[in-house]
Design a protein around this ligand. Structure first.
Ligand SMILES: *[C@@H]1O[C@H](CO)[C@@H](O)[C@H](O)[C@H]1NC(C)=O
Length: 204
């Protein structure tokens, strides 16, 4: 309790420090970001390209975390760091903080579900954006199984296995592990996916 009260009081200080780091990150990396943007104007709308551009830069992951919170403020509340992103997979890391806790001194069930949705969502969207066709999708069902109390640093991983060729329903899976590598939760996120030819009409 004391711990939670203290960290809630200190929250604004953490946030201010975070914002200062973010502004610093944007300032140092501005030339490279602008240069990449001129060479590839698709940069702002392509997660994979954004990730690959930002990841090697100093404090680049802070900028990516910030972009997540701009695009999806609710997911952004996790303050998760994206560690890897490919056109089919994603790993994000999230630290247990006082505002993500339940009254039982571990991470709240909904925060874990939120994390499952974030990691599968990033993998899914980067898959859609790399697809030769125009692919869109929406989440239609989420189910999370909790295996163990989630404490400390939680790493979430998602990998998509099947190619999408036409309209379909797909279940993306996420696995959440703690620092000793034990599974704390598993998520299944169902997506309703629509495929259209690029620039053309919807495929029958
Ligand atoms: C967000 O996460 C980063 C990296 O784990 C951490 O340094 C920062 O303090 C966190 N911000 C808040 C507001 O908790």
């Amino acid at each position: 309790m004391l711990n939670a009260a203290l960290s809630q009081l200190l929250q604004p200080i953490f946030r201010t420090f975070d914002t200062i780091l973010l502004i610093l990150a944007l300032l140092i990396n501005l030339p490279i970001i602008l240069f990449t943007l001129i060479r590839n104007p698709k940069l702002p709308s392509n997660f994979l390209l954004l990730f690959n551009t930002l990841q090697p830069l100093p404090l680049g992951s802070k900028i990516f975390t910030y972009l997540i919170s701009l695009v999806a403020p609710y997911s952004g509340s996790l303050n998760a760091t994206c560690l890897t992103l490919t056109s089919k997979s994603c790993t994000v890391e999230c630290k247990e903080t006082s505002y993500l806790k339940n009254p039982f001194n571990s991470m709240h069930a909904c925060a874990l579900t939120n994390l499952c949705e974030l990691v599968t969502g990033l993998a899914m969207l980067s898959y859609f954006q790399s697809h030769p066709k125009r692919v869109r999708g929406i989440v239609t069902r989420i189910s999370t199984t909790y295996k163990k109390k989630a404490r400390g640093k939680i790493t979430a991983y998602s990998m998509l296995w099947e190619e999408v060729e036409e309209d379909c329903v797909r279940v993306a899976k996420a696995v959440l592990k703690d620092e000793i590598g034990e599974v704390v939760a598993e998520g299944e996120i169902e997506w309703n996916i629509k495929v259209e030819e690029r620039g053309g009409k919807k495929k029958n």
